[in-house]
Design a protein around this ligand. Structure first.
Ligand SMILES: [Zn+2]
Length: 140
């Protein structure tokens, strides 16, 4: 009555995979077409790591997820970074001139940082520049 199970490599591999996926023994057995006991015995003999028994029920397994892939950190847009830093710099010093100096795409981009004219976002000279370089009255 003890029909021996044929454990070929394919089967073993599948068993290992399903085991690592956390499938209950009964389901692994179903998929491989062998009995639960055969699976349990094989797993034991293979020395596969023990898992939390799903039969025990209760989803209080908590923070013990078997495999967690480290998430790839998004690559920061290099040209974006200095601008953001500069903006943050300005936030804690709102009374500083926020006139952009240099190319926002380049790393040496920064803000003027001089004391602003009250009520304006820029310092004296940049205020002046802002209002004169505005091409508003181009027609005449
Ligand atoms: Zn300025």
């Amino acid at each position: 009555m003890s029909a021996s199970v044929q454990w070929d490599e394919k089967r073993l591999e599948k068993l290992k995979k399903l085991w690592e996926m956390g499938l209950p023994i009964s389901q692994i057995g179903e998929k491989l077409g062998v009995s639960r006991n055969a699976i349990a015995g094989k797993v034991h003999r293979m020395g596969l790591p023990k898992r939390q028994s799903p039969i025990a029920g209760g989803n209080k397994a908590g923070a013990s997820s078997p495999r967690r892939k480290p998430e790839a950190t998004p690559i920061l847009n290099r040209s974006d970074l200095p601008l953001k830093l500069a903006l943050r710099n300005i936030t804690w010093s709102r009374s500083k001139c926020s006139w952009p100096i240099g190319d926002p795409q380049s790393t040496d981009f920064h803000f003027c940082g001089d004391d602003v004219v009250t009520g304006k976002p820029y310092c004296n000279s940049h205020c002046f520049e802002a209002y004169t370089t505005n091409r508003e009255g181009s027609g005449s």
